[in-house]
Design a protein around this ligand. Structure first.
Ligand SMILES: Nc1ccn([C@@H]2O[C@H](COP(=O)(O)O)[C@@H](O)[C@H]2O)c(=O)n1
Ligand SMILES: C[C@@]1(CO)OP(=O)(O)OP(=O)(O)OC[C@H]1O
Length: 160
């Protein structure tokens, strides 16, 4: 049996924060603001996984009112989500993600992000695709006020 899920998330770019994206740190003059480390890409992948198993969203599992998640490493949040997926008997088919950011240029960092996400989902790198796009300077992403990310995940149940 197959299940699909999709995720979408946005975080604001501000000065004085490191830019953590896809589980790696990217050199940039600004970073993402959030209760956690604000890794918008890992949040999106986590939400897609939760969607696929019908388990709500990351806000439900890791409330932003809980001090336990203050500056949390989103890789740990995704690992927790992935354990829920595995408990239900699923393995990854594939995940396809899009980062929506005017700057910085993501292409040089995508191989490292891919490797990190594949590791967190206990999958091969061939099962993970990450794309990046600008919005041609339009809207909040185009003005560099924030970064958005989207993901679609396909899970396969090994028991059904
Ligand atoms: N932050 C970004 C945005 C885009 N890219 C790469 O550039 C290509 C062209 O982007 P357009 O928005 O002009 O279509 C895109 O396909 C990506 O390969 C990037 O690396 N980082
Ligand atoms: C990840 C959590 C964890 O506290 O906080 P944020 O980093 O603010 O991220 P968001 O995507 O706004 O919501 C989910 C949160 O609960």
């Amino acid at each position: 049996m197959f299940r699909i899920g999709q995720g979408f998330d946005v975080h604001q770019l501000v000065e004085g924060r490191p830019l953590i994206l896809g589980g790696i740190e990217i050199p940039y003059e600004k970073g993402l603001l959030g209760h956690s480390d604000a890794d918008v890409l890992l949040h999106t992948v986590a939400d897609a996984c939760l969607g696929a198993i019908g388990a709500g969203d990351i806000g439900k599992h890791f409330p932003d009112t809980d001090p336990a998640y203050k500056n949390a490493d989103s890789a740990n949040l995704l690992k927790h989500v992935w354990n829920l997926v595995k408990e239900k008997g699923y393995i990854l088919g594939n995940v396809d993600c899009t980062i929506i950011a005017q700057k910085p240029k993501m292409a040089p960092y995508i191989p490292k992000m891919k490797k990190r996400i594949a590791g967190l989902l206990e999958a091969n790198e061939e099962q993970v695709n990450i794309k990046a796009t600008t919005t041609e300077k339009l809207g909040f992403t185009g003005r560099g006020e924030g970064i958005a990310a989207q993901a679609v995940v396909l899970l396969k149940n090994i028991n059904l």
